[in-house]
Design a protein around this ligand. Structure first.
Ligand SMILES: CC(C)(COP(=O)(O)OP(=O)(O)OC[C@H]1O[C@@H](n2cnc3c(N)ncnc32)[C@H](O)[C@@H]1OP(=O)(O)O)[C@@H](O)C(=O)NCCC(=O)NCCS
Length: 375
């Protein structure tokens, strides 16, 4: 703990200046550079932030800094928010999915020498006040001084993926007085560890599936993401009717699906005739065991087994040891179980949401809660 922690009332949340944004990147390299030098990490993150999913003001970096010196490079802690389009479908007479503004929160970071002074908690509590309309929040606590001056004020929903368990973000509510912050939703992964026997299978063995598959290029994928949005909206409306529960989902278009790294590969079956089966994924080559993480999956119980065969074929070629799929529905989990896959609760990357509406999170289903929403 630093010897002279600054009183929280003397701090506020500010959008980072360009110099502070650079400082955020340099600081966070120790945590997330993952094998890159700090310089390369900063360059990579800067390039990624200019892509469609972060461009045109969608990405904002925030810092907690003294009110008296908001532009200091000695700020307390920082995080990023990405504006996203999500959809909501309500049970009842009109379950049609409607677009809403949502935010993904990432890169919550306090430098080691400033930790355990309550800075990150205060930043997260104040974040509600820059994301959501104030009319949806409880009164701003007097003990925190004046509310942040610059705010988006349009969020219906915000999400994050916690790597520090479910409790910390839950306690970061907008009034510091028991109103919950981000509530963990179901965070499951269904995975297959490839046995050495399977790894040894002849990679050039002809594919036996009766399905016709194609690999997708960047333009094909853009087309699929756009189509997928319509299918997702229709699925969401159907789920709202069948479950009588409020359904929310993030959308894959506008660069969001494509934002999962340059190692994206795609496979698709039957485009043009109704809803195709497809999978997109990202290859984590820096993980201790090379992992192929699906970012988006559209399949039925009938097409899933054939898709899995294609995935395994690709995985073998790339020496992948594990294939991982997040947020599969229970029907597909069951099919996967029959094929030797295992479904478990994730220990990290816990999907967590804050809903700025009258419903509580227990009454909401986060549909398509897959890796593509990751920020
Ligand atoms: C997590 C982090 C942002 C907390 O920053 P901070 O300013 O020290 O946070 P606060 O002082 O407001 O709160 C500290 C509380 O955070 C929680 N916390 C911090 N690290 C944690 C961890 N690894 N696991 C679980 N809880 C943790 C604890 O509740 C802790 O309270 P305690 O000190 O009484 O145990 C900081 O430790 C950090 O930058 N870590 C590395 C990056 C990271 O993991 N970011 C979060 C990604 S989801």
């Amino acid at each position: 703990m630093s010897s002279n922690p600054i009183l929280l009332e003397n701090l506020s949340l500010f959008p980072a200046t360009p110099e502070q944004t650079l400082e955020c990147l340099k600081r966070t390299a120790i945590e997330w550079a993952n094998g890159f030098t700090t310089e390369d990490f900063v360059r990579r993150e800067t390039i990624l932030s200019l892509q469609e999913h972060g461009a045109e003001g969608k990405l904002t970096s925030w810092v907690i800094a003294p009110r008296a010196n908001p532009k200091t490079l000695d700020f307390m802690c920082s995080c990023d928010t990405f504006r996203r389009t999500a959809v909501v479908a309500r049970p009842g007479a009109d379950p049609k999915a409607k677009e809403i503004i949502a935010y993904g929160i990432a890169s919550v970071f306090t430098p080691p020498e400033k930790r355990r002074n309550g800075y990150a908690r205060h930043m997260m509590r104040l974040l509600h006040w820059v994301l959501a309309p104030w009319s949806t929040l409880p009164p701003f606590p007097k003990a925190w001084g004046a509310p942040p001056a610059v705010a988006h004020g349009n969020a219906q929903l915000s999400i994050l993926y916690s790597d520090i368990g479910p409790n910390f973000y839950y306690t970061c509510g907008p009034d510091g007085n028991g109103t919950p912050g981000w509530v963990e939703c179901e965070s499951v992964e269904t995975s297959l560890v490839l046995s050495s026997e399977r790894m040894r299978e002849n990679v050039s063995a002809p594919h036996k599936s009766s399905h016709s598959w194609m690999w997708l290029g960047e333009d094909d994928m853009k087309y699929v993401w756009e189509q997928d949005v319509e299918w997702m909206k229709a699925d969401l409306a159907a789920s709202a009717s069948s479950t009588s529960r409020l359904q929310v989902a993030f959308l894959t278009d506008k660069g969001v699906g494509a934002s999962q790294g340059a190692t994206l590969h795609d496979v698709l079956e039957n485009i043009g005739s109704g809803r195709p089966t497809f999978a997109t994924w990202s290859l984590d080559t820096l993980a201790s065991s090379r992992t192929l993480i699906l970012t988006r999956l559209r399949a039925t119980r009938v097409t899933f087994p054939a898709l899995v065969e294609r995935l395994i074929e690709f995985a073998r070629r790339c020496d992948v040891v594990k294939i991982e799929i997040w947020g599969m529905n229970t029907e597909l989990q069951e099919v996967a179980g029959g094929l030797g896959w295992e479904t478990t609760r994730r220990a990290s990357h816990l999907a967590s949401m804050k809903w700025y509406g009258k419903e509580v999170s227990d009454e909401i289903d986060w549909a398509f809660n897959e890796r593509f929403c990751w920020v």
